[in-house]
Design a protein. Structure first.
Length: 156
């Protein structure tokens, strides 16, 4: 939502740090002026109506939370502290919904408890895999993730 592969995309936001939305807020902005005909960070979030509606829900949540911080006349760029604070809060709400509502519906309680315990101990699910992948890529002199992400975006 905030940028594909962690890369900031300032064209997604107004100068005040709000998502650019259509007046109806029922669809993402579309038109030939946008990359791939739509203003969205990750095109996978526009694969069908349910996913795009969830995406828009979180854009509206961001905009409303951010507006309460800015006040009626303030302006802040999408790189500002208030923007980062709003982004972190929206991401935390998303994670909380996934952890406390969605996952318990599809994963056994015992498995969730094992993962939660590992996270409390400072382990993430992919630490070892990520370390192995980074070492393998470095040994082959593969570009960093940032370079790969830019190449990916240019290929879209």
């Amino acid at each position: 939502m905030y940028g594909l592969l962690g890369i900031a995309q300032p064209d997604l936001y107004t100068t005040a740090g709000a998502f650019r939305m259509q007046n109806s807020e029922r669809d993402i902005p579309r038109g030939s002026q946008y990359h791939n005909g739509r203003l969205i960070a990750d095109p996978r979030n526009d694969e069908h109506k349910i996913v795009v509606q969830i995406h828009l829900l979180f854009e509206r949540l961001h905009n409303r939370m951010h507006a309460t911080k800015l006040g009626p006349t303030s302006e802040e760029t999408s790189g500002g502290n208030l923007f980062a604070e709003t982004k972190a809060q929206v991401q935390q709400i998303y994670r909380s919904l996934i952890i406390h509502d969605y996952l318990p519906r599809i994963v056994r309680t015992e498995q969730l408890q094992r993962v939660a315990q590992a996270l409390k101990q400072g382990h993430t699910c992919y630490q070892r895999m990520t370390a192995r992948c980074r070492a393998a890529l470095a040994a082959r002199h593969v570009p960093t993730a940032e370079v790969a992400a830019v190449a990916y975006l240019q290929a879209l």
